[in-house]
Ligand binder design. Structure first.
Ligand code: HEC
Length: 178
């Protein structure tokens, strides 16, 4: 019985020491895999120097305001474009803005994602929405680097479809997120 008790106590002490060692990261060779140089979620490997453009191409905009002022939607709404936009929406936007666009995706309320069915957002131009996708806006992280320009315009077209669907059914613009 005594031996058992002793063993128990010894094991507890060893266990506590092990936990403590983890907590203080005692020695240089005790470096955890978590602590490494790596890209965090939503980070890109390298951002281009401000003002530079890809060789052989000129980008028409460098800021959200420029995108909004200078661009027009070159992709006509079509079944193809909306299908591609739906795919992009569900992968890149729905987590915050919800599958229907009402801002109630799984993390929408935590970050204050906009309810894009509201008239305020129905009235924004396609170029504005494209610019927001490309550059982000306040709490919204930029998404543009993950999409080709055509995919981003497809996403704009799909958002228009969501807005129309809601206007026809007419509820979520009132009930959704902020
Ligand atoms: C991490 C969450 C998150 C993701 C992912 C996200 N958004 Fe947003 N979005 C937000 C937040 C938060 C706002 C409100 C920003 C503000 O007004 O401060 C917003 C606002 C917007 C607006 C309104 C901007 C304006 O003109 O005021 C549009 C349009 C929009 N998002 C489109 C999209 C699209 C399209 C995608 C996918 C490509 C997307 N968002 C992905 C969080 C997100």
């Amino acid at each position: 019985m005594r031996v058992k008790l002793f063993l128990c106590a010894a094991l507890t002490v060893v266990f506590c020491l092990a936990l403590r060692a983890r907590a203080v990261q005692a020695a240089p060779w005790d470096i955890d895999m978590n602590q490494q140089q790596s890209l965090k979620t939503s980070e890109v490997a390298r951002s281009p120097v401000r003002g530079t453009v890809p060789a052989g191409r000129r980008r028409a905009h460098q800021t959200l305001e420029e995108a909004e002022g200078r661009l027009t939607n070159p992709v006509a709404r079509s079944a193809r474009s909306e299908a591609s936009g739906e795919r992009m929406w569900n992968v890149h936007c729905a987590v915050c803005h919800g599958r229907t666009g009402d801002g109630m995706g799984p993390v929408g309320p935590m970050v204050g994602a906009a309810n894009l069915l509201r008239p305020l957002y129905q009235e924004k131009t396609d170029a504005r929405i494209y610019g927001v996708i490309f550059y982000g806006l306040r709490a919204m992280p930029k998404q543009g680097y993950k999409l080709s320009p055509e995919e981003a315009w497809d996403t704009v077209n799909y958002l228009r479809k969501l807005q129309e669907l809601d206007a026809a059914g007419g509820t979520k613009a009132e009930e959704g997120g902020k």
